[in-house]
Design a protein around this ligand. Sequence first.
Ligand code: CTP
Length: 402
Amino acid sequence: MKNVAVYVTGSIAAYKAVELVRALQKRGYAVRVAETYDAERLVGPATFASLTKEKVLSDLWADSAQGSVPHIELADWSDLAVVVPATANIIAKMAQGIADDAVSTALLATSAPVVVVPAMNVHMWENPATQRNIAVLKKDGCLVMDPATGYLAEGYRGKGRMPAVNQIVEYIGSAVQPAGILAGKRVVVTLGGTREPVDPVRFIGNRSSGKMGLAIAQAALQAGASVTIIAGSIQVALPSSPRVRVVSVLTTEEMAQAVQEQLPAADVLIMAAAVADFKIAHPATHKLKKQAVRSSYPLTLVPTTDILRMAGMRKKPGQLVVGFAAETDNLIAHAQDKLANKHADIIVANDVSDDQIGFGSDDNQVTVLRRGQEPEQWSRLSKKAVGQKLIKMITQLIGKED
Ligand code: CTP
C-alpha cells in the first residue's frame, strides 16, 4: 500500500481532484488531502474528508493547541506527494521554497517524490516566469506533467488544461512502482529523421515520422524500462512519464553525440531513426540567393558518422544494439550485410517501397534478423504490435545474458 498526499490548489480544475482521489483509492492507494484556502472556495474540505475518511489539512495552526504538527505529519506519512491541480502560484512558491500556508509548508517538508500537475490559463502557463519556475522544479527533481491542450474555462483553446484523470493515475503509477520485466533497465531509442543544413533556412531531410520508434519506446515503457528518446524531426507526440527522457537533435552528428553520451549507461540501444548518410560538406552561413545561382548549384556531400556501426563496435558485453534496415529491394541480403557490418545484435528490416507499410503509415511488415538465426518474417502488424513483439524479443535476449 502506498500513501499518497494530494495537495489541491486554487485552479478551477480543483473539482477534478475529487475524481482523482477516488481513482487513486480504487487503485489501492491510501489518500489524504491538503487544500489551500483558495482551493477550499472551489471544493470544500467536507467533500475530500468524506471520501478519504481523514481530516483535510488546510490550516497551518489547526490542532496546534493540542501539540500536533499536522503539516509535518502529512509530509512524513506520504510515500508520494501530488500537487493537483497546481496553480502558477504554488509552482512559483515551490520553486522558491516559500512556506506560508499549510500546503506550501508540507511540500517543503516532505522528502517523498513530488508530482506536479499544472492547470492554468494558457497565458499564465506560457509566461516566462512560470516556465522558469517549472524548469527549477524539474531541476530540483519534481516530476512535472505537461498540461493538455484544449478548451479552457476561459472559453478559448490553449495549453493549460489539467490532463485526464486516468492519465494522471497512469503517471503516478509509473512514478511509484515501475513494475514489469524491464524494470531497472535503460533503453535508448532514436527516432524520426535527421536534417542536414544547406544554409540557415534549408535542409536535406527524409520522410520518417517517428511512429515506429515511438511504438518501441512505448512498449519499453510499458515493460517497466527507463527510456531515453533521442528524437530527430518527428510528426508524433512523445510520451510524458517520469521514466522518459527526451533529447532533441537536428543533425546526424548531433544524434551521434547524443548516442555516444547515452550508450555507456544503456542496456539496449534501438536505432529506429532514419539517419542521413551524407551531409553538405560546407553549409552556407547565410541564406543562398537565387540571383547568385545561374543555372545550377552543386552541393558536395560527405558521409556522416554511421551511428549504429559506432555503437555496435563500442558495445560492451550485456549491451544489446538493434538497428533497422530500410530497403526497397533485396531486403534480406542487404539486411544481412548491415547485421554483419554494423555489429548489431538484431536488424529489423522493412520494405519502404510500399507506402502502405512504410514511412508515416500505422502498419509495418518486417523481417527480423539475428546472428546465427534464420530470418524471422513477421506478418503485417500495427507499428504498436511490432514494437511490443520487438521488446519481447529483446527482453528474452537480455534475460539469457544475465
Ligand atoms: N544508421 C546510423 N547512422 C547512419 C545511417 C544509418 O545509425 N549514418 C542506422 C539507422 O538508424 C538504421 C540502420 O543504420 O538503424 C540502417 O539504416 P539504413 O538507412 O537502412 O542503412 P544505411 O547504413 O544508411 O545503408 P544504405 O543507405 O546504403 O542502405
